[in-house]
Write a protein that binds this ligand. Sequence first.
Ligand SMILES: *[C@@H]1O[C@H](CO)[C@@H](O)[C@H](O)[C@H]1NC(C)=O
Ligand SMILES: *[C@@H]1O[C@H](CO)[C@@H](O)[C@H](O)[C@H]1NC(C)=O
Ligand SMILES: *[C@@H]1O[C@H](CO)[C@@H](O)[C@H](O)[C@H]1NC(C)=O
Length: 381
Amino acid sequence: MGVSIRRPLLPLLLFLFPLLYSVSVLHQRWNPEETKRLSPKKPDQVILGPAAGQGLPNRLQCQGTKAMNRIEPSPKNNHSEEEKVSFVTVFAIYKSDPMSEKMLDRVRVGDILYNSKSERSLAILNAYINFIQVSMPSSDVVVLTDNDSTFSLDRNNAIKFPIEGDYSRSNLMLQRIKSYIAYLKRILESSELEKANKNIIFSDSDIAVVDNLGDIFQKHPDFHIALTFRNNKNQPLNSGFIAVRGTRDGISKSKDFLEEVLDVYMSKYMGASRMLGDQLALYWVIKLHLPSAIQKFNRHESFAGKVKGVSVLFLPCAIYNWTPPEGAGQFHGMPLDVKIVHFKGSRKRLMLEAWNFYKSTFNVSNMLCLILCSGRTKYDF
Ligand SMILES: *[C@@H]1O[C@H](CO)[C@@H](O)[C@H](O)[C@H]1NC(C)=O
Ligand SMILES: *[C@@H]1O[C@H](CO)[C@@H](O)[C@H](O)[C@H]1NC(C)=O
Ligand SMILES: *[C@@H]1O[C@H](CO)[C@@H](O)[C@H](O)[C@H]1NC(C)=O
């Protein structure tokens, strides 16, 4: 009996299949959220192109996703040499209209489907924490966030650190510097300070740390606060990376310095585009107190100076920080000693792809080749 029912099923399915298929295609055509995902303009998976910088000295050399000339980062071999650092980042999830977020923002990366922008920004934050765990296993991450934020962070090397404030999108750059200052104040007040003596790196969370950054503190033993600069007339100072020495002096001087930057921000740059205010304020403070620094921003060497008694170290962005360039213009490859990869804008997806690739190979150097080879692609993310 059962057999006779099953028999006609296959021919029936074969007959129905084209019909079902065309209905589903029709459904996709009529479904705007599906159409967006299927848009052919931006790829939704890693696209490998040629690796830039092949044959150039001091650049990563790749054969496909195989690194030919980069030794794996050292901390894995010797933990006791690693400088412990607290990575501190500001993170907020925006409450958005649930209707507009529903389906529209679905994106798949590897095996995971992200249903909303907030799921994706949380995934980026987790990837940031993952990379630190791999590259600097004795370091930890402190996530400064709104005191009523609800996201959970179930990680053993990361904690949420609530600091109240206005973390709305339009206020985020101002809030970021306020939260940094509040964090430094709390550390100064805490009795743990003398024991911990832990250096601090404030950074954006859309970066992958791929080597030990703690050696900044060893190589340059005298600074209180370190900033990175680039050869860019209007925004030579990058506020996305600030290192603070974890001594009482280092923390308190850095707090004073950032308070001055905050004052300038609030008195002069509140009208600036929300992404720029803090960088403009940082530049203004340096120009006022250390004008000799300005001419050095087009060079490639680090240098130091005093700003109202605060020892400031200036590090060239190019040494440590590599950003996959926008578009297909000049592209000189990836420095061999890159320590940070910064995934801006449409490259954020590449950060998750890179982490997936790392998880399947456990080889940071090869992962850098993947990043280098797909660095020009703008992903749908
Ligand atoms: C990573 O991959 C490179 C290139 O294939 C290889 O030379 C290196 O030994 C690998 N490192 C580890 C730790 O497996
Ligand atoms: C690790 O580094 C410490 C401190 O520099 C050194 O004493 C130790 O011998 C190193 N261990 C290995 C296995 O290289
Ligand atoms: C967060 O701060 C606000 C303003 O001070 C306060 O009213 C609220 O109770 C705080 N929430 C938490 C969870 O601490």
